[in-house]
Design a protein around this ligand. Structure first.
Ligand SMILES: Nc1nc2c(ncn2[C@@H]2O[C@H](COP(=O)(O)OP(=O)(O)OP(=O)(O)O)[C@@H](O)[C@H]2O)c(=O)[nH]1
Ligand SMILES: [Mg+2]
Length: 220
């Protein structure tokens, strides 16, 4: 599975970074219903796949150690709005809260891919107005269900490329490792984005450095 990343210039509104300090970030999970947002969240928090998750809209806190550094994740596992009269599928509050976004679709649910296409557009559009561009990773989940696939890897990768997002195809049901790469990958993008907005470095140099970090990877 291919990873292609490019960070934006999101504003940092918390303390952090610097080698000695704890790094903290707010990560928002979006996407249509039933795509595995809760499965990804619970996998990351507990390393387990429990199968059924219920309709929960919650924010979880989780501290991890990456390369000897304490990293604090606040994870908002959202619900896709069921109200058919609502055209806004992402609230302003969610966008203001998020330092980075994980957009999830199921590789065997074409309509969920279209939801991600709309949501990435909404986020980029909102970012243009505020000049705060949150890093995004697009995730094609349920990779174990190859026989029911309706969205090709290429389509997912191309959407991500065209919108300057990272991209992973994973199975939250089958492996913890892929889920870990998604969250850690997004944290890297958030840190780079903060460094960019602090230091005013050229975006191209950051893109190059991120390509060096991620390049093209294969899972499993
Ligand atoms: N085969 C397979 N099933 C999965 C995978 N991830 C999640 N599921 C299943 O898909 C269903 C929906 O998963 P959830 O994590 O609840 O999805 P969600 O996006 O949080 O759904 P809502 O909260 O209702 O919007 C559940 O039955 C999960 O067991 C996966 O990687 N592979
Ligand atoms: Mg859920």
């Amino acid at each position: 599975m291919v990873v292609q990343v490019k960070p934006g210039s999101h504003q940092c509104h918390r303390s952090m970074d610097g080698n000695q300090h704890k790094v903290e970030a707010n990560i928002l999970l979006l996407g249509a219903e039933n795509v595995g947002k809760s499965a990804l969240t619970v996998r990351f928090l507990t390393r387990r796949f429990i199968g059924e998750y219920g309709d929960i809209d919650s924010i979880y806190s989780h501290t991890d150690n990456i390369n000897g550094r304490e990293i604090s994740f606040n994870i908002w596992d959202s619900l896709y709005p069921q109200d058919s009269e609502t055209t806004e599928t992402i609230s302003e509050k969610q966008l203001q809260w998020a330092d980075g976004v994980i957009l999830v679709y199921s590789i065997c649910d074409r309509s969920s891919f279209e939801v991600v296409r709309q949501q990435v557009q909404l986020i980029r559009h909102a970012g243009k107005k505020t000049s705060a561009i949150a890093p995004i990773i697009i995730v094609g989940n349920k990779r174990d269900l190859q026989h029911r696939r309706t969205v090709s890897s290429e389509e997912g990768r191309l959407l991500a490329l065209s919108k300057d997002c990272g991209f992973f195809e994973i199975s939250a049901a089958e492996t913890y490792h892929g889920v870990l790469l998604v969250f850690h990958g997004l944290m890297e993008l958030i840190k780079e984005s903060r460094a960019l907005s602090k230091g005013g470095a050229g975006i191209k140099s950051i893109v190059r450095s991120m390509s060096a970090v991620f390049g093209k990877k294969r899972l499993e």
